[in-house]
Design a protein around this ligand. Sequence first.
Ligand SMILES: [Zn+2]
Length: 150
Amino acid sequence: METESSAQGQNRWRRAPTARITRRATFAAAHVLRRSDWDEDRNREIFGACVGEHGHNYVLEVTVTGRLDPDTGMIINLKRLDAVIREQFIDCVDHKHLNRDVPFLHEVIPTAENVALAAWQVLQPALAPIELVRIRVAESENNSAEVVGA
Ligand SMILES: [Zn+2]
């Protein structure tokens, strides 16, 4: 038993540490949570106050991992990460209505979970070969959703 735990300890120390870096961006957008195939009572019961038109000041966090470039000490240049996040996602959603104006959210109920998932689907191919590990979308101080890589 002692041997086993010391072997596990050695394995832990042998494993190379991995670094991650997170970039934060903000956007403001309107949305409404409702299904057109449900009646008003059912929508109100399930989606509560979000059944009416309203907006949020969203916070997006994008976490990536990869090998450190020995010349820069970086996984990815933050300027490039920021540019990809802005061009591929923020510019599409900022000051927009998420139900109506955003092609990649078409016919999707724009919950925080679905917005995070859409951000993942848009950003993952744009960032490759840098590996996306986490997307967090906060709608408010109290609500946030995360999508994490397998
Ligand atoms: Zn909302």
